[in-house]
Structures are given as C-alpha cells and as structure tokens.
Ligand binder design. Structure first.
Ligand code: NAI
Length: 453
C-alpha cells in the first residue's frame, strides 16, 4: 500500500499548514546559510528538471532545506527517517506547496514507515537526501532499475555514513553518495553541540529534573558523546564515560571524566545517555544493577542502543508515567524510566525540537551545496549564470569545486573541502565576522617543506 500526502490525511489541514508555516518562518529567520543559498538557487535554478527524494526528520529546520532546494527548481518528495520525529504541521505546510509532496507523519508503525519510503521512491528521484541511509539502501536493494537515472545522494548522519561505507566496501553501493556527516562544518557543530544541547534540553524538559549533582553516564565518546559529556558537566553533573575504543576512552580520561565499563557505571548512574551508533549498549546485566528511578535516554540514530526487549522481559509492568517517560517496574520494585521509547531523545520525544536552528543551518547548508555539486558534476559544466553567481560571490573563478566537473563514481565520497569552506564563509559573512587572510609569504611558508630552524 502506498502512503498518501499528509494534507489528505489531516482533519483540519488549513490550521496545521498555518502552524507549520509559522514554525518554518521562525527557523528561516535564523538560517542565513540556507537563505543565502536559496536566493542563489532561485536566481539560477540549478535543480530544474531534478526530482529530489528525501528521508529526514521532518521538522522546521529540515523544511527550510526542502524549500531551499525547491527554490532551485526541484520537485521534492519527502518522508520521515524516524517514526516519531515528524512534526505533522510542518509536514502539512511543506505538502501544501506546488512542487513539494510530503508523506511524513508522526507515529507511524513499521509498515507505514516503509510505505512512506516507497512513496518517495515511486516519485523516481534523480537525487536522494537521507538521514540514516534507509532510502539509499532500499533503492539499491529493491529498486535497482532506478539507479541509472540517479545522479547521486547525500547522507546526513554517522550511522547512515557507517552503513554506506559498509555497503561500499562490499561493492553494493551503486551510485555516488556524499558523506555530509563527516565534514567539519557538520560534525564539529551538529554532532558535538547540537546533540549535546538538544538531548540534555529534552531530557530536562521531559522529566522536569535537574542535572546538577547527578551522575550522568555517557556511552560512547565520539562526536556526540563529547558534546553530551561537556554540556552535562557544564550543568554540574558528575560525568562517567563508557567506551570500547581505547583512544577515545583515554581522551575522555584526559578531559577529566571518569571512565569505566557500563557494568561498573550501571549502579552509579542517575541518567544514562547512549550515543554509540551501536546496539545492545545497555542490556539485562546492566538493568539488574541500576538504581531505582534511573533515567535512560538514547541519542544514537536507531532505537537499539538500550535493549528494550531485555528490559520488557525483566519488568512486571510498564507504565506511561509522564508524557514521553515509560517506567519499567522490576520485580524488586525498582523503576527504570525510559525516554522517547528509546529513540533519539532530542528528536522523538513529545517535546523534542531537534538541534538548535543555527546548528542545522550549517548542516543543511552543506547538504544544499552538495546537491548543487552533484548536479553540476552530472552536467558537462554548470550553467554560465550559476558560474557567474558563484564567481561574483567568491571572486575570481579559481578553485570552486562545484565547477570542477568531477565525475563521481558509485560509492561513498567525502565532501570536497572547498564546499565546506564555502558554507563557513557564508556563515561568517552573515555574522559579520572578519578573519585574516594569509599573506603570500605566509602561504608560501605554510606550503613549503624547505623551511627549518
Ligand atoms: P562516532 O563514531 O564519532 O562515536 C561513537 C562512539 O561510540 C565511538 O567512539 C565508539 O567507539 C563508541 N562505541 C561503540 N560501541 C560502543 C559500546 N558498546 N559502548 C561504548 N561506546 C561504544 O559517532 P557520533 O557521530 O558520535 O554518532 C553517534 C550516534 O549518534 C550515531 O548513531 C549517529 O548517527 C547519531 N547522531 C545522532 C544525532 C542526534 O541528533 N541525536 C546527531 C548526530 C549523530
């Protein structure tokens, strides 16, 4: 069965559209990178004739990205990348536009989730934009006949990039995809600051509890874990980090956090936050040792970091004790409180708003220039008017990779550094922040191996 556009399903689509529009307009005011690119795209229409299929968290910031791409002339079909993260009003506001169809809806079951992905695929995208790689995976596995017409794709998150890397290594990734997650402008801000701030904010709002004086256990000291640990410590929590990678564990130790195994941390934590991108990080053995009232939240992409099958099997009863908080009562009377059903706590909870707007502006700015790069590379060169616009903004004609006529082969690709720098420049301009330029002498020194003591 195919999913329907959301506006066909809502009781009062007009008021939903209005409410969604308000949220999108607020986000847009704080997204100078996307709006700068939107103006460029409206002028040059680089995506005319392209069909973009998207599977992302459908909320206000994502909507600004969708509209940025639509301004460039693309037809867009979008669904969610998580059953609980869609904001229906935002989805409706997108769907109300002529060249955008949104089939994203909050609270879908597994079949409905995959039906919606199928609806995006049925629009025969020429470009995919994914968060978690469900779309690209499904196209590769189940719709290989579409691949000849696909120019390429972009992937937003670590888990998606890991999945695509594994596909690529197995020779199973049949079209080029940019690892947007891995660029500095995405990873060092979105994963570190975005996940840290928004996860802690959502845990605090959902529980109405403080971090001060509590022991917070952060599982995984990657980019997300670093941000979580730092922000929790900044709110006066005692932070324990668990890891499986010896270098990351040492890094956490040298940052001043206590590092130990999850088994040791289990009886001590008041709040547990997983951010590993792995599975079964907290399991039966750990639940058995936890304190009454412990709060469990996951910030990793999939809902398999806290093993809820194990916890359900241990529990005598499961009760919704607050909106977004499920208490699992164990036979000895201890209650373990799981937030957002073990899904991304900053996106899937009832109060979740995702990352701060400014952070997503950067991530989505990278997405937008990557889509432009894919189209530019697929053509024999960019249209003259787009070339002109880029040269006007950046001066000269040198070195802009969007005009490099790369040919991207099937597989996972790093985002060209020049695109990442372009996004950083737009942001600095918007913030009216000036930085120094290297002199010729400095440039020569920095690039030479001849200078010694
Ligand atoms: P990363 O790869 O930089 O870090 C993950 C860390 O977890 C690594 O250091 C790894 O050694 C560690 N790890 C793996 N298995 C473990 C285990 N069993 N116990 C303890 N540590 C373990 O990844 P990153 O960028 O920090 O992302 C983590 C997850 O968060 C991914 O699923 C990613 O997709 C997701 N993510 C979520 C966001 C959100 O909005 N909530 C935003 C960005 C990423």
């Amino acid at each position: 069965m195919s999913a329907s556009p959301i506006t066909d399903l809502l009781d009062d689509p007009e008021s939903q559209v209005e409410s969604g529009r308000q949220k999108i307009d607020w986000a847009r005011q704080h997204m100078p990178i996307c709006t700068t690119l939107e103006t460029e795209f409206a002028d040059t229409e680089p995506f005319a004739g392209q069909r973009i299929g998207m599977a992302m968290h459908v909320e206000a910031k994502t909507a600004v990205l969708v509209e940025t791409l639509a301004a460039g002339g693309a037809e867009i079909t979008i669904t969610g990348c998580n059953p609980l993260s869609t904001h229906d009003d935002v989805s409706a506001a997108l769907d109300a536009q002529e060249n955008i169809t949104s089939v994203a809806r909050r609270g879908v079951d597994e079949d409905e989730y995959y039906d919606a992905l199928e609806a995006v695929i049925a629009a025969e995208p020429t470009i995919t934009v994914d968060d978690g790689a469900d779309l690209v995976f499904r196209i590769n596995e189940q719709h290989p006949e579409l691949i000849d017409d696909i120019i390429g794709g972009c992937e937003e998150t670590t888990t998606g990039v890991n999945r695509l890397r594994a596909m690529d290594e197995d020779g199973e990734l049949d079209y080029p995809v940019f690892a947007v997650n891995d660029t500095p402008m995405k990873r060092l801000f979105d994963n570190v600051h975005g996940t840290g701030e928004s996860s802690l904010a959502n845990i605090a709002m959902t529980t109405n509890l403080s971090f001060a004086g509590k022991t917070v256990v952060v599982a995984g000291y990657g980019d997300c874990g670093r941000g979580l640990a730092k922000k929790a410590a900044g709110q006066n929590a005692h932070v324990i980090v668990t890891e499986v990678d010896p270098r990351r564990a040492l890094e956490a130790h040298m940052e001043g956090y206590e590092v130990c195994s999850m088994r040791e941390a289990a009886p001590r934590g008041d709040v547990f936050i997983t951010a590993t991108g792995n599975r079964d990080v907290i399991t039966e053995d750990h639940f058995e040792r936890m304190q009454d009232g412990a709060v469990l939240a996951n910030a990793g992409h999939f809902d398999i970091e806290v093993n809820l099958d194990d916890l359900s099997a241990l529990a005598d009863s499961i009760t919704e004790v607050r909106d977004g908080v499920r208490a699992y009562e164990l036979p000895d009377g201890r209650r373990l409180n799981v937030l957002a059903e073990g899904r991304l706590v900053n996106l899937a909870g009832p109060l979740s708003l995702g990352h701060p707007v400014e952070v997503m502006d950067q991530s989505f700015g990278v997405q937008a220039v990557c889509v432009r790069e894919l189209v530019g590379a697929a053509q024999t060169g960019l249209p003259d008017r787009l070339l002109g616009a880029i040269r006007d903004r950046f001066g000269g004609g040198s070195g802009h990779s969007a005009v490099a006529n790369h040919s991207y082969q099937p597989g996972l690709h790093p985002v060209p550094d020049v695109l990442d720098r372009e996004v950083a420049r737009i942001k600095l301009d918007a913030e009216d922040i000036a930085i120094d330029d290297m002199s010729d002498k400095q440039e020569e020194y920095a690039n030479s191996w001849r200078h010694g003591t």
